[in-house]
Structures are given as structure tokens and as C-alpha cells.
Design a protein around this ligand. Structure first.
Ligand code: ADP
Ligand code: MG
Length: 703
């Protein structure tokens, strides 16, 4: 097919409505839409969850309990009985034995059709009944007299369904769609180049679809069930390729655009370094070199700086900022929460004071007058550095010469927001350099797919002198022991966090819970200074409490999860997490990361309410067994899947229909090679592949 043909075909693929098939009325169309099925291709990419082997008919006399089976039989007796509830009992027999079919939901027509003498083919799981074996609500169809239908020649697919759509209906519809595939009416053009298919001996698209929807009876059920069959892998491959290409396109566009070249002697960064009370770790030095090199390029840097909680990313960000400021440009640093942004503001204020640089503060809570002032200073270029929250995205915020955007804790933001901020530095064809920091270490495979537009720098080393945090899980029936532990820590001059995570839906209730806990602890520990921190306090109040805690005046800080990310008080060495069973691994790891920042031995107590679900047990066990953020992230990915791992905002963006990043990780290197081949030799197919899997233009590109 020529490029124009291909493009027309892909457009058609997206516009051919599923209602073209026979048997779809408005009601069914609605229900299909609920499954995300609007077009014929949506239907074809709606793959079975599992399969059943209905290819062999079992004599009733040979049935065993608990095993699904197909039987043919003739109705001997049909009766509606009342045993606590109304039910229809149908006894069938095939000469080798008798079987009872039991229905709780049925209508009169159905009962009439199942009259004595009717022939049936049933599929279901048998279990022992009062007199004979029985099947509860089997799937069945009536057989015509004298005609024995052929045995099933394919494995029966079971589709993800929703209320009101029967499996038989989905099979009927996919049968039609698969037939259409053979004709010209609904072409699903092959978008992978022939040499790629040949080299990796992958089946063609239509062949793979046909196989996955209707596998032959000798197909490997085990392979199909775990998604490793070549036909499934072929589809997952193309989907991953589409996501990868979409982000690569974004990156290529960035590479073609321009950015301020940030060079210079690096006097300010060097001065700053020389005044730090510590030496940079080797990893910090290495990533700084990588960042400085990027900043010196005429194209925008797009770099992810990842490193475990406490590895010291902020100092690296400060160095990058200073390099730009020295060159006479502006820098914006954005954090996901007010608290974290405030902390950065304070840090940078302190760090940069002796360099004569005062950061500007911009948050949503700024009073109108102050805000207007701040905006003017950014517009005129008078302010070299601004630190804030989402408020930096707002339309009326613009810069004189923004060179660098630093985003902390990226997993809280989506790709879209990242791009929106990047464009703040846009002037004509110019973009700001981007440095994105995350403490959620992203497993390599995930990084390569979800962040295919970014270069990655890793800080894989903690500053020296840190001792690993000792972690225990305790039932909350042992709260008294924990309180005693807090008392002991306080007596030794150590500082403690007591976190009350969200267990109520509303923020008000959550703050209330933290308040109650603070009151109870104040009563139990009169000798300690106790502070309370939650999201509903005024910024000045929060500020004051954090300052008291930092200064050591407050020994026990009771808080909601507002302290989850970034908060840095090195003297705090005991972390109590209530309702730990409700939290995900990433969140637990972040919270634990608030301690173990100094050289004192730190510990973390995860209080839980029994009984623990097995998933919760696995999480707490993972926390106990390792302090390594990468290992935690790997297990998190296993437990939760990539969507949740990237945060809710991004979950919607990296919504995989078929591929599974855990299962299909081994495909990623091939996906990368294929992406290169396509970009180089088949650039006209790139937007088509993206369109097929991500919709028009690619979801990211629209940002
Ligand atoms: P994160 O990477 O989690 O954002 P931070 O930047 O908050 O970590 O750093 C954690 C703590 O480690 C801070 O108190 C910081 O001053 C300190 N720190 C950073 N780098 C070093 C270093 N090279 N040696 C000692 N302490 C360091
Ligand atoms: Mg941080």
C-alpha cells in the first residue's frame, strides 16, 4: 500500500462504527460504548480475558465434579420448584447418565423451550447434587432434531464484558468483525514493515487478531492465559511501539526547537559548592556534569533526574539553577505541594542569600496584590528564580527569559503539565530546558516507555553516613508500646513523626483524625512538645510549625500525609505510620524516607489494623525486608501495575489496552529498535501507528 492508501485506511479504521455489524441496536451500542467499543477496530482490539476448551463432548456418565465440560443430552423432566426461592430444574440424559440443570433466573419462554424431549448442548461446571450431578446456570443451546452440530473447532473466548452483554453476543459480533477483516470493507492495514515482521518472525496483524479471538483447539492454553503467545506478543509489541513513538515524536520536535544556550565559567555553582557543609557524592557530581552539558546545547534539555529518597537531588537542582542565573537567565522551580514548595523556598533562600540571590515565591494562596507584584517581576526579568506550586502554570504568568524549568516529584504531574510549563519558556521557536526530579525510582523498562522523551540521570548513591532505617510492622493493639517508644525517643532528644494517613474520604475528617490523635498523644505524653500539621492550616501556621520542628522545639510532629514528599528534617529519627495497611508501597517508602537522613540510627513503625489482606501483608513485608527504593519500585510495579505507579494523572495517559509492562518488559529493547527503524525508513507510518493506538494525533502531542 502506498502512504496515502495506508493513511486513508487508518482513518477508516477509526471511523467505521461498530454499529455497522448486524444485531446492534441503540441499547447494545450504549453498552458497548461502556466497554470503550465504538468502532470496528475497538471491537477487534477488545481481546478475550481467557478461553474455555469446549471442543470435546463428555458422556454424562463420565462427568467429574468440579470440571467444566460440554455435554449433549435430551430433556427428561422440567419442573419449576420453590425451595426458599423459585427455580427451574431440567433433568437431561444421554444414555450414559443423568444431569440436572438448575436455573434461578429464567423466563417462561425459556422454561417452555426446555420441555421434555428437547435436545441440548450445555457447557458448565458440574457439582454434586441431591440425586444426580448438576450444573448451575450452564450456557446451553437447543439442538435441532436429527442434526448433530460439529464439535467446536476453536477455543471459546471469554471477553471482558459488562452488564447486559452476553458472551454469546460478543462472540457473534467478533465473528462478524473477523469475517469483515477478510474483505475490503474493514481493512486493518499492516503498519509494521515487512522486514521487521520477518526478522522477529512475528505474525501479521490480522493473523494475530484472528488467532487471539479464535485460537485453534490445539493452541497452548497456558501460553494464551499468561499472554506469552506470539500472537498476543505481536499485538502488545505494536501497542508499546505506538506509545514509544508518540513520546519519541515529542522528543524529536523538542530537538528541532531551540533553547537558550547556558554556558559560562560556572563561578556561582563553584562558590555555592565550596560553601556547602558537605562534599557532593560521586553520583551528584556525575549528574551535575550531565545536566550542565545539556544546558550548553542550543536545544532544550529534557532530563529526568531520579534517585531514591534522601539522595540529595535538591542540591543538584540548585547547581543547575545557579548556572542559568549566572548566565543572566531565569529559573522556575515547581513542587507538587505547598509544603514542599515552601521548604524549597526556605532552603534556596538560605543557600543563596550569601550569593545575593533572593528567590521569588508564587503559590495559589498569594494575595492579589502580592501576586501581581510577583508576576511583574517575572515578566520584567527582575526576579531570576521563582519557586512555587501549580500556580506557575497559570496563563498570566510569563517570563522575560526563562532558561530552565525544574519540576520536583514528577510522578505527581502528568506529561501535559510538564509540557505546559516548558512552553512558558517559549518565545517563537524557543523552549525552556527541563529538569524533572523524581524520588519514585522508575524501573528501567517503565522509564523507557513512559519517559521515552526524556534522558535519564540517576543518583544511585546516598550521602555517606546514612544508616538504613529499621522497619517493623505492629498491630495497633500494641499502640501502648509504640507510645512508650516515642516517650523514650523524646527523652533522648530525638524527634518523631506520627503520620495519620487518609482513611476518610474528606480532608476535613482526615484533619480531624490527626487532631484527635494529637490530643490523645498530648494526654499520654505530657512531657513532649507536640505539633500538629495538616492541609487545612494556614500557610503561616504550617510554616511556623515546620520551623519549630526543624529547630527542635517540637519533638513530636503529628501530621497527615502532607509531609509525604520532600520534607527534610535530618534530626528526626522515628517515624510512626498509622493505618499502614491502607497505603501503597511508594507512599510508605516516601514516608519512611523522612527519617534516616542524619547519622543517627532511625526506625519506622508501621501500625496496622488486623486482619491484614494478603496484598497488605505483602506490602508491609516488602517494606520490612528492604530500604532500597529501586527494589521497592520493582515490587510496587508487580503489585500495582504501571498506571498506578506513575500516579493517577498519568495512569490515564499510559493506558495500555493489551500490553502489560511487567509481562512484556522483554519486548522493550525490540520496541526501541523498531522505533528507530520506523523513524528512519518509514516516517510516514509513525503517525499512523500512534493514531491507531493512542487516537488522533497521539495523546501527548496534543498537549
Ligand atoms: P531528595 O533527593 O530526597 O530530594 P534532599 O535533596 O532533600 O533529598 O537531600 C536530603 C538531605 O541530604 C538534605 O538534608 C541535604 O542537605 C543532604 N545532602 C544532600 N547531599 C548531600 C551530601 N553529598 N552529603 C551529605 N548530605 C547531603
Ligand atoms: Mg526532594
Amino acid at each position: 500500500m502506498t502512504a496515502a492508501h495506508l493513511s486513508a485506511a487508518v482513518n477508516l479504521e477509526h471511523s467505521a462504527p461498530v454499529t455497522r455489524l448486524r444485531g446492534i441496536g441503540p441499547q447494545l451500542a450504549d453498552r458497548l460504548a461502556r466497554l470503550g467499543i465504538h468502532t470496528l477496530s475497538d471491537l477487534l482490539f477488545h481481546l478475550p480475558l481467557r478461553y474455555q476448551d469446549r471442543s470435546r463432548i463428555t458422556p454424562i456418565g463420565a462427568l467429574r465434579g468440579g470440571v467444566p465440560a460440554v455435554v449433549d443430552g435430551r430433556v427428561e423432566l422440567t419442573e419449576t420448584v420453590f425451595r426458599r426461592r423459585r427455580m427451574l430444574l431440567v433433568r437431561i440424559s444421554d444414555g450414559t447418565g443423568a444431569l440436572t440443570l438448575r436455573f434461578f433466573y429464567f423466563n417462561l419462554a425459556q422454561a417452555n423451550a426446555l420441555a421434555r424431549g428437547a435436545r441440548l448442548r450445555c457447557y458448565g461446571e458440574t457439582r454434586p447434587g441431591a440425586v444426580t450431578l448438576e450444573m448451575i446456570h450452564p450456557e446451553y443451546r437447543l439442538l435441532q432434531e436429527g442434526v448433530t452440530p460439529p464439535d467446536e473447532s476453536v477455543l471459546t473466548p471469554i471477553y471482558p464484558a459488562t452488564e447486559g452483554i452476553a458472551q454469546a453476543k460478543l462472540r457473534y459480533l467478533t465473528d462478524q468483525a473477523l469475517q469483515l477483516l477478510e474483505t475490503k470493507a474493514a481493512p486493518l492495514p499492516e503498519l509494521l514493515p515487512p522486514e521487521l515482521l520477518a526478522e522477529s518472525s512475528m505474525p501479521a496483524l490480522t493473523e494475530a487478531l484472528r488467532y487471539v479471538h479464535r485460537p485453534p483447539t490445539d493452541a497452548s492454553m497456558a501460553a494464551l492465559m499468561d499472554g506469552s503467545h506470539p500472537a498476543q506478543q505481536r499485538l502488545a509489541f505494536e501497542e508499546l511501539l505506538a506509545h514509544h513513538l508518540s513520546l519519541r515524536q515529542l522528543r524529536l520536535a523538542a530537538d528541532r526547537s531551540h533553547a537558550l544556550v547556558v554556558g559560562g565559567a560556572g563561578r556561582l555553582p563553584a562558590l555555592f559548592r565550596s560553601r556547602l557543609p558537605f562534599q557532593l557524592t560521586r553520583a551528584q557530581q556525575r549528574v551535575t556534569v550531565e545536566i550542565f552539558r545539556d544546558l550548553g546545547e542550543p536545544h532544550p534539555m529534557m532530563r529526568l533526574l531520579q534517585g531514591d529518597v534522601g539522595c540529595g537531588k535538591t542540591v543538584v537542582a540548585a547547581l543547575a539553577a545557579l548556572r542559568c542565573i549566572e548566565a543572566g537567565y531565569q529559573v522556575a522551580l515547581m513542587a507538587p505541594t505547598e509544603l514542599l514548595a515552601e521548604q524549597h523556598y526556605r532552603n534556596f533562600h538560605r543557600w543563596f542569600a550569601s550569593l545575593g540571590i533572593a528567590p521569588l515565591w508564587l503559590s495559589g494562596r498569594l494575595k492579589t496584590g502580592k501576586r501581581a507584584q510577583a508576576i511583574t517581576r517575572l515578566q520584567s526579568g527582575a526576579a531570576p528564580l521563582v519557586i512555587g506550586t501549580h500556580a506557575l502554570f497559570q496563563d498570566d504568568v510569563s517570563f522575560a527569559n526563562l532558561a530552565l524549568v525544574i519540576i520536583d516529584e514528577q510522578h505527581r504531574f502528568g506529561v501535559h503539565q510538564r509540557l505546559a510549563l516548558r512552553d512558558k519558556g517559549a518565545a517563537a521557536d524557543r523552549h525552556a530546558h527541563q529538569l524533572i526530579m523524581t524520588a519514585t525510582p522508575i524501573p528501567r523498562t517503565l522509564a523507557m516507555t513512559a519517559y521515552a522523551d526524556l534522558d535519564v540521570s540517576s543518583i544511585d548513591e546516598l550521602p555517606p553516613g546514612r544508616t538504613p532505617v529499621k522497619t517493623v510492622a505492629l498491630s495497633d493493639t500494641r499502640r501502648d508500646e509504640v507510645v512508650a517508644r516515642v516517650r523514650h525517643a523524646g527523652a533522648q532528644g530525638r524527634q518523631v513523626y506520627w503520620v495519620c494517613p487518609l482513611i476518610q474520604e474528606s480532608e476535613v475528617l482526615q484533619c480531624q483524625a490527626a487532631e484527635d490523635t494529637a490530643n490523645a498523644l498530648t494526654a499520654a505524653l505530657p512531657e513532649l512538645h507536640i505539633g500538629l500539621l495538616h492541609g487545612r492550616l494556614k500557610p503561616q501556621q504550617k510554616d511556623a510549625i515546620m520551623a519549630h520542628f526543624k529547630a527542635g522545639h517540637v519533638q513530636l510532629l503529628v501530621a497527615t500525609t502532607v509531609i509525604e514528599v520532600g520534607v527534610d528534617v535530618p534530626n528526626a529519627s522515628l517515624m510512626i505510620i498509622e493505618n499502614a495497611e491502607r497505603l501503597g508501597l511508594a507512599q510508605l517508602h516516601q514516608l519512611r524516607g523522612r527519617v534516616g537522613r542524619g547519622s543517627v540510627e532511625s526506625s519506622c513503625v508501621m501500625l496496622y489494623r488486623a486482619p491484614l489482606s494478603s496484598a497488605a501483608r505483602t506490602r508491609l513485608e516488602a517494606m520490612r525486608s528492604t530500604n532500597d527504593g529501586f527494589e521497592i519500585a520493582r515490587r510496587d510495579l508487580e503489585l500495582r501495575g504501571p498506571g498506578e505507579m506513575l500516579g493517577t494523572r498519568q495512569a490515564g495517559e499510559l493506558q495500555l489496552r493489551i500490553a502489560d509492562l511487567n509481562r512484556d518488559a522483554p519486548l522493550i529493547p525490540r520496541v526501541q529498535r523498531a522505533a528507530m527503524l520506523l523513524l528512519k525508513q518509514y516516517p510516514e507510518r509513525v503517525p499512523l501507528i500512534v493514531q491507531r493506538w493512542l487516537g488522533d494525533g497521539g495523546r501527548y502531542a496534543r498537549a
